[in-house]
Design a protein around this ligand. Structure first.
Ligand SMILES: NC(=O)c1ccc[n+]([C@@H]2O[C@H](COP(=O)([O-])OP(=O)(O)OC[C@H]3O[C@@H](n4cnc5c(N)ncnc54)[C@H](OP(=O)(O)O)[C@@H]3O)[C@@H](O)[C@H]2O)c1
Length: 305
């Protein structure tokens, strides 16, 4: 029986525990994947803490993990002979709350083929942050010549957003603590320290103005973006729903197979970097503690070998 990691009550990282699951069976249009690496995202910690509980009674145990990389070990019935995905294909993709596991069943249409040159750990962290970053930049209509401000530029989404915006020909300013400033320079962004005075510091770096802003933290980041970006429709946030309602900025962070494929192609061409910190699947609690510091550089990944 394969192992998964889940939780049977909301709470601190210690509530995560192993679950024995039935080997899932792929249906038509699906594949059974042996997972090699699964990304850990802030939303996983929010779900585990119970931040999204509503009026409905909760069902336990619950599983976690919305991105993975692994190898297809079985295909569902009626797979077309010309399918790019077959038994033995290395793949990556996003899924709903189940990737902290040794195996999972997913729809093949959401999968991308993992390039051999991309390490498993990096592949497991590309789907969610990559799609979020790429679709956000599209929604903000980022293009050549734009000056783009990325808040929390050193995290998972930020690291990819900085590089993808650069690929689109934009000039990028990224916020981070000073410990990450050299890192942001290596990614191609002009670094700026967050905290009081942020608006003035960004203005000094972009005297001609900022064309678009991607907020990945909320609060001060939105206020700064509103002060600097003329067109509110070119401010996007993944976190601050209050700002969407109050200021008319865009909610961003969708999924798109085309976006995933673009990110994978750039990684294959060695044009994207994504530093990772790895933990074994069985130590998902430590992985959650790392994410909950709020100061991850790149991604936290669970390895499953
Ligand atoms: N990952 C996804 O696919 C996804 C999808 C939808 C929504 N979101 C949401 O988007 C947000 C960002 O996600 P993520 O995965 O990129 O998070 P993350 O990797 O955990 O972000 C960590 C980064 O945040 C930076 N940071 C912390 N406080 C900051 C502040 N006050 N100002 C600027 N930077 C700050 C840290 O930089 P320093 O260490 O330098 O402080 C660190 O590098 C989360 O709220 C998440 O729930 C994420």
């Amino acid at each position: 029986m394969p192992t998964a990691i889940g939780f049977s009550r909301f709470g601190a990282p210690e509530v995560l525990h192993p679950l024995q699951i039935e080997t899932p069976c792929p249906g038509p249009g699906q594949a059974l994947v042996r997972v090699r690496a699964a990304g850990v995202n802030p939303v996983d910690c929010k779900i585990r803490r119970g931040d999204f509980t509503g009026a409905e009674p909760e069902h336990f145990p619950q599983r976690l993990g919305n991105e993975f990389a692994g190898t297809v070990v079985a295909m569902g019935p009626d797979t077309p002979a010309e399918s790019a995905i077959a038994v033995g294909t290395d793949v990556l993709g996003s899924t709903a709350a189940q990737a902290y596991a040794e195996s999972l069943v997913v729809d093949t249409e959401g999968l991308a083929v993992k390039p051999p040159s991309v390490p498993w750990e990096m592949a497991g962290g590309l789907p969610a942050a990559g799609q979020t970053a790429r679709t956000a930049l599209s929604r903000l209509e980022v293009g050549a010549g734009d000056v783009v401000l990325v808040h929390a530029a050193a995290g998972g989404v930020g690291t990819l957003a900085v590089q993808l915006a650069g690929e689109l020909g934009a000039q990028v300013i990224g916020t981070a603590s000073e410990a990450n400033h050299d890192y942001l320079r290596r990614l191609g962004a002009a670094p700026v320290r967050y905290g009081p005075g942020l608006t003035e510091r960004v203005r000094a770096l972009a005297p001609e103005g900022v064309d678009a802003a991607l907020d990945l933290v909320g609060g001060e980041a939105v206020i700064t973006s509103l002060a600097l970006v003329r067109d509110r429709y070119r401010i996007g946030t993944t976190v601050d729903q209050g700002a969407v309602a109050e200021h008319g900025v865009q909610r961003v962070g969708g999924r798109s197979h085309a976006a995933l494929q673009e990110v994978v192609d750039l990684a294959a061409a060695d044009r994207l970097t994504l530093p990772v910190r790895t933990f074994p699947l069985g130590d998902a609690a430590s992985a959650h503690r790392a994410v909950e510091t709020g100061h991850v550089r790149g991604k936290v990944i669970l390895t499953v070998y």
